[in-house]
Design a protein around this ligand. Structure first.
Ligand code: ZN
Length: 417
């Protein structure tokens, strides 16, 4: 749950491990699970994206992972993924546009102010379009298509660039590259039930805007992992619209602290940690080891290469152990404030391996829930975190939703189990 003006310093930063936050010596051991949908191979050059003759490209590109389409509460189908661009020249390169295409059909175009909004030099927090020599940028992509539109199967990316010192004929002053062909994954989002019950559950840091989860790229074991691409930080708005009353630094001031967490589907537990202490709300913890970021947590195998993570569980409240066969709706723990968290919440996501951080984040949809309202924008979370009400988006009609993923800032009621 971040304030959008400083997206990297997330308020509910939870699992975010940015480049500056960990070193190779902190990498976990024994985590060897693989994913067919993980990062693209860097071992061999990318296939040619066009059928024409080879073209020199001063910016080389690939994607962190191929996208998996998912329908959202906004009526759109989202392809959320990341384009990685590296300047291989010994001079600065300016990005002027980035587009996602299928053949001649343009699905998304970023230029003007929208391009820096979605772009960061890796390891830095500020919007950027200039890449110094050897610098790498990430462009976070959210291709949002009408749900009745034809779904693309193969994507290309066009990247407009300019260089101050042209090197004709290879590198003219301006050029448009066609790079990073990628095949849209054919897998479907796993269908699950919500991990909580009752009214007022706010989706913090949800897909697909430039929030803490989308921007979390974890440098682990030599790879870059977008484990939290579709993650949700759940907090509960009370009937008074507040997160807490009284002392902000006490977990008991948050009425949903200790709320039941439910298994989202049938399936075995493959990881469980308990015993880590509650953090003090209102500030971010420091000095955490990599395996402490999720706090007390449970990992459940949902089948078909989908693993659910329930994180920051209350100390002593993890009710299950590896090998336990869970049934959907079963109470498995309580909302807490352990690990990398600064207010009680449930961090939930689905991923490609049992490792909370070294995974590819996968989309999911809920069988059914009620969308009640939506916080007007991320800036409105500031007052909420200060103990005041958040402004709500006008015109959001309460409605039942089926088989969609909640979107960032949605406020929902989940059927009481
Ligand atoms: Zn989170």
């Amino acid at each position: 749950m971040n304030r959008r003006s400083v997206p990297i310093s997330a308020v509910f930063a939870v699992l975010t491990v940015l480049a500056a936050a960990c070193s190779p010596s902190e990498a976990p051991s024994g985590s060897t699970a693989s994913s067919e949908s993980a990062t693209t191979s860097a071992a061999s050059p990318a296939p040619s994206p066009t059928t024409g003759p080879p073209v020199a490209t001063p910016v080389v590109a690939d994607v962190v992972a191929a996208p998996v389409p998912v329908p959202g509460t906004d009526g759109k189908v989202h392809l959320a993924y990341e384009l990685k661009l590296t300047n291989v020249l010994d001079q600065e390169v300016t990005l002027t546009s980035v587009a996602v295409r299928e053949g001649d059909r343009t699905l998304l175009e970023l230029s003007g102010d929208r391009l820096p909004y979605w772009t960061r030099i890796i390891g830095t927090p500020s919007p950027a379009t200039k890449l110094g020599p050897a610098q790498t940028a990430i462009v976070w992509l959210d291709v949002a298509l009408d749900k009745d539109a034809a779904m693309p199967t193969a994507l290309l990316h066009t990247v407009g660039i300019s260089v101050p010192k042209p090197i004709p004929p290879l590198f003219p002053a301006t050029m448009t590259e066609v790079v990073a062909p990628v095949t849209v994954q054919t897998r479907k989002p796993v269908v699950i039930s919500p991990p909580l019950s009752g009214p007022g559950w706010l989706d913090g840091n949800g897909c697909c805007d430039m929030g803490a989860h989308r921007m979390a790229l974890n440098p682990i074991d030599g790879g870059l992992w977008a484990a939290e691409r579709f993650a949700i930080d759940y907090v509960q708005l009370g009937a008074d619209g507040l997160l807490f009353t009284g002392d902000q630094t006490k977990v008991d001031s948050y009425p949903y602290f200790g709320a039941d967490i439910h298994a989202v589907a049938d399936g075995p537990v493959v990881g469980a940690v308990d015993g880590l202490p509650e953090q003090v709300p209102g500030k971010s913890p420091t000095g955490l080891a990599l395996n402490e970021y999720a706090g007390n947590h449970i990992v459940q195998d949902l089948g078909d290469g989908n693993y659910a993570l329930y994180a920051h569980i209350k100390t002593g409240a993890v009710k299950v152990k590896p090998g336990d066969q869970l049934t959907a709706g079963q109470v498995i723990g309580s909302v807490g404030n352990t690990g990398n968290t600064d207010a009680p919440h449930l961090h939930f996501h689905v991923m490609s391996t049992p490792d909370p951080l070294r995974s590819d984040g996968l989309p999911f949809v809920f069988t059914s829930f009620t969308l009640d309202s939506r916080v007007i924008n991320a800036d409105a979370l500031g007052p909420l975190l200060d103990g005041e009400q958040a402004s709500m988006q006008p015109g959001v009609a309460k409605r039942d939703e089926t088989k969609v993923i909640p979107m960032d800032l949605d406020v929902m009621t989940y059927e009481t189990k």
